[in-house]
Design a protein around this ligand. Structure first.
Ligand code: GUN
Length: 292
């Protein structure tokens, strides 16, 4: 019988730990973490994500400031706002919500963020630190997955770990974290040009699916007793919900789960964990900047 990896429960546990640390800081008169968020334009999903981030901050006792900019904001104007946040000692960490309007190049914007305030962990300096195995800010989804594995004491040492998808925000950084000393997995990154993905999946002790293709991983691809982590969150039409859609994972859960030792559900698996990464990074930024 398989066991569920409950990301909702673990993320609540981590939020509770962070809230206790913030309360402790308040009691000692220390700086309360303050997150800034810049939202350019009026994309509906981005609006929801940013509002959730502000809500998460309030829940753990952080301060937050949301800066809304019009969709025709120029790159120069955005760079100016970022420079202000970089220089503002009252802001410990901030994010620029992506995607940006098409006329603004994301790479230049990310590079303009002070790496010490880069709560998303997207700046090349922070990616470099991660690759080098140095402590620092971690990207949200890889952090969430590693934390789930650690807290469920799922052994990764010497295990064959197959990650499907080589994105800059999930697959590739996760491949780096899982192969590092301490995690010690043997990592294979499978992608669109991989000749025979089934060959690798058949030998996998741990599978992480991060491609955004509903039901891609089927039971015949999975070894008996495997651990399966499903990062997919694709909106698909549904007549069972009020919204008219539901979230679909990359794994055919109903048929794959019976073969697994552990598996994450969608929703309620990796998703809730990604939101706590921002809180973790913002607290870490505050501790680094204030020395306590
Ligand atoms: N858009 C979707 N996910 C993210 C994220 O983690 N950070 C930012 N800044 N934008 C996003």
């Amino acid at each position: 019988m398989y066991q569920l990896i409950d990301g909702k429960r673990i993320s609540a546990e981590i939020r509770h730990e962070i809230a206790e640390k913030v309360a402790g800081r308040a009691n000692h008169g220390l700086t309360i973490p303050h997150l800034g968020a810049i939202l350019v334009g009026d994309d509906g999903s981005s609006e929801t994500y940013v509002n959730n981030k502000v809500k998460d901050c309030a829940e753990v006792g952080f301060k937050s400031t949301l800066i809304r900019l019009a969709k025709d904001t120029t790159e120069a104007e955005l760079l100016q706002r970022i420079a202000l946040l970089n220089a503002d000692p009252g802001i410990n960490g901030f994010i620029v919500q992506l995607p940006l309007p098409r006329h603004i190049p994301e790479a230049r914007i990310i590079e303009s963020i002070d790496p010490r305030k880069d709560a998303d962990g997207f700046h090349p300096a922070n990616i470099g630190r991660m690759v080098a195995g140095l402590p620092g800010f971690l990207p949200a989804t890889p952090y969430g997955i590693v934390e789930l594995l650690k807290r469920y004491k799922i052994d990764t040492a010497g295990k064959n770990c197959v990650i499907i998808g080589r994105s800059n925000i999930v697959g590739r950084p996760l491949s780096i974290l899982l192969s590092q000393k301490g995690m010690d997995a043997t990592v294979t990154l499978v992608h669109t040009k991989t000749r025979d993905p089934r060959y690798f999946l058949g030998e996998a002790d741990i599978i992480v699916a991060a491609i955004g293709s509903p039901g891609f991983v089927t039971a015949d691809m999975v070894k008996e007793g495997a651990v399966v982590i499903d990062v997919g969150t694709t909106r698909v039409p549904s007549d069972q919900t009020k919204t008219g859609w539901r979230l679909a994972g990359d794994v055919d859960f109903v048929n794959v789960a019976p073969k697994c030792s552990w598996i994450t559900p969608v929703p309620g698996g990796v998703g809730p964990m990604t939101r706590v990464a921002l809180l973790r990074n913002t607290l870490m930024a505050t501790e680094l900047q204030t020395g306590v």
